[in-house]
Design a protein around this ligand. Sequence first.
Ligand code: DX5
Ligand code: ZN
Length: 219
Amino acid sequence: MSPLIAPSILAADFANLQREVEMLNSSVADYIHIDIMDGVFVPNISFGIPVMQAIHRHANKPLDVHLMIVNPDNFLEAFRDAGAEVISVHYEACTHLHRTLQAIADLGAKPGVAINPHTPVEFLTDVIQDIDMVCMMSVNPGFGGQKFIENTYSKISRLKDLILAKGAKARIEIDGGVNLQNAPKLLAAGADVFVAGSFVFNSSDPVKTISELKSISQD
Ligand code: DX5
Ligand code: ZN
């Protein structure tokens, strides 16, 4: 099966956001990945709700929102209202993760959980049946353009086993350092969705790069 592709708008030209969103609309991308950073959970600040609303006004792809923020509960409704289809919160930022996931579902969005590179996939054992997506960080969150962490492959296999054992429907999304070299191996390990920021936006033909990522096979 071909992977789903979620280009990360973090790597776009923010001075030409409408043009960038229209480029993604014309591509075979399945989602637009929206990275929200608060300068507290991660050592960087990206953009907030008004920018996401502007993206939503022009996007014809579903918005996949990755909240790298503390206290995400305070903002779930605002992000839903700004057009989020998937809302992923960080495992490491949620004291009452189950409650937060329930709140996302009650708002009519799809709940996701993002996990840092050091967080074992086994920590999701008791929520995996309640979520649509696991956003597995393959870099430390906070910045685009970082080097892919190799340990990710074994985490994907272990998470796939957990999903199958539980009869869960969660998709495995890989976020950070994804490119055409590692994507086939990630797909073979069990990944369903690829986030790609710099690899797409720094390429000479982003629409073609998205198609190439989408058409990889497991070899
Ligand atoms: C990192 C973000 C990623 C980032 C990916 O904190 O969550 O989504 O934009 O960018 P690349 O593909 O450049 O690693
Ligand atoms: Zn992300």
